[in-house]
Each structure stands twice: as C-alpha cells, then as structure tokens.
Design a protein around this ligand. Structure first.
Ligand code: COA
Length: 175
C-alpha cells in the first residue's frame, strides 16, 4: 500500500504522434504490482535477467531511480527503460522490448521520452553499457548520438563478453 501511494504518478503524457496514432503510451511506473509484466519482458530479453528484488530495490529510490514503461492500447507492458539520475547525468540501466513488438519503434520512443524528461530534470549527458555484439542496441543508441567512450573487458557473463561504455554528451541535441 505504501509503495502504491508512493509511485502514483499523474504523468499520463504520451509521446507525440507515434503513441497517439497507435494508442500506445509511455509513462513512469505507477505501481510495483506491474513488476511481473516487466519481469516477463526482462526474462525474454536478457541472458542474466534482473530479479524482482532488484527491481523493487530500484523503486526504493524515488527521485534518483526511475522505471518508464511502454504499454499497448490494452495497457499491457510491451517495453521498459530503467535509469538513474545522478546529478546532471542519466545512467540507463536496462532497456528492453517484448520480442513480439520489436522493430516498431518502441525502444526509440522510450528513449526519446526518457531523454526528454532527463533534460527537464536537469540532465545534460547520459551513459550506458552494452554488449559488444548487440548490434540492434548499438544502432539504436547511435541514432541518439551515443558513442563508445570505453571498454570493460569480459564484463558480461553467459556468455562472457566485453561491455562497451557509451556516452551521449549532450542529450538536448539528441531528441
Ligand atoms: C534493442 C531493443 C531494445 C530495440 O527495441 P525495438 O523497439 O525493436 O527498437 P526500435 O524499433 O525502436 O528500433 C530503433 C532503431 O534501433 C535499431 N535496431 C533495432 N533493432 C534492430 C535490429 N534487430 N537490427 C539492427 N538494428 C536494429 C535500428 O536502427 C532501428 O531503427 P530503424 O527501425 O529505423 O532501422 C530490442 O531489440 C531488445 O529489447 N533487445 C534485447 C534487450 C537489449 O539488448 N537491450 C539493450 C541493452 S543495452
């Protein structure tokens, strides 16, 4: 109950023509009750998925940790992005889209919304890590002006792989 109240959010804005045309929406998480749907997308998207406890822990830091969800017209979760705001930086932790809804612009719309809100929150730059072999994500982030700033060798497991550290230095120019 305490959590439901804490995460109530009035923000019902959709993201421009894309969402209005499709009836899909992007909103901050309204209730931890939706974690199950987020976990379903998470598990179908990552070799080492975050657990329920990890997501619930994220929600314990309002103002710093955020979770935005994309929903279809039936309010089913079709994608999400979790991120932190640290001073003037955004740290994108997870971004995933239901495999059945990929290549429809959901991730692009999520990232646009996240970065747009980031600018309003005072963020100027954004960073994330991505598997070297993840061409889909790398191309997505390249659209938003992210470029490789470093490498963490063998950072990922199952399978072991380098992480590329990407930065977008001016998120105001990316959206
Ligand atoms: C990466 C991911 C989030 C993209 O989601 P999506 O909703 O399908 O992406 P979009 O439809 O918004 O695509 C935006 C752009 O990303 C790139 N892209 C997305 N999927 C791609 C693919 N399979 N191959 C190549 N480029 C791809 C393209 O440049 C695309 O633009 P275009 O459609 O005009 O060519 C999705 O594939 C996913 O959930 N993957 C598993 C989880 C993951 O890797 N997350 C990123 C961790 S850092």
């Amino acid at each position: 109950m305490r959590r439901s109240t804490r995460y109530q959010c009035e923000d019902r804005r959709v993201i421009g023509d894309w969402a209005m045309a499709s009836g899909w929406t992007i909103e901050p998480l309204t209730s931890p009750d939706e974690i199950d749907e987020i976990l379903a997308v998470e598990r179908s998207s990552f070799a080492n998925p975050w657990t329920r406890e990890m997501y619930l822990a994220e929600l314990d830091h309002p103002g710093m940790s955020f979770l935005y969800v994309a929903r279809d017209p039936h309010r089913r979760v079709i994608g999400f992005c979790s991120f932190w705001r640290v001073l003037d930086e955004f740290h994108i932790n997870n971004l995933a889209v239901d495999p059945a809804r990929r290549r429809l612009g959901v991730a692009r719309a999520l990232l646009t919304r996240v970065l747009r809100d980031g600018v309003q929150m005072g963020a100027r730059r954004a960073t994330l890590e991505v598997r070297r072999s993840n061409d889909a994500a790398r191309q997505l982030y390249a659209h938003f002006g992210f470029s490789v700033a470093g490498v963490r060798r063998n950072y990922y497991t199952s399978p072991v792989e380098d992480a590329l550290v990407l930065w977008c230095e001016r998120i105001g120019n990316a959206i």
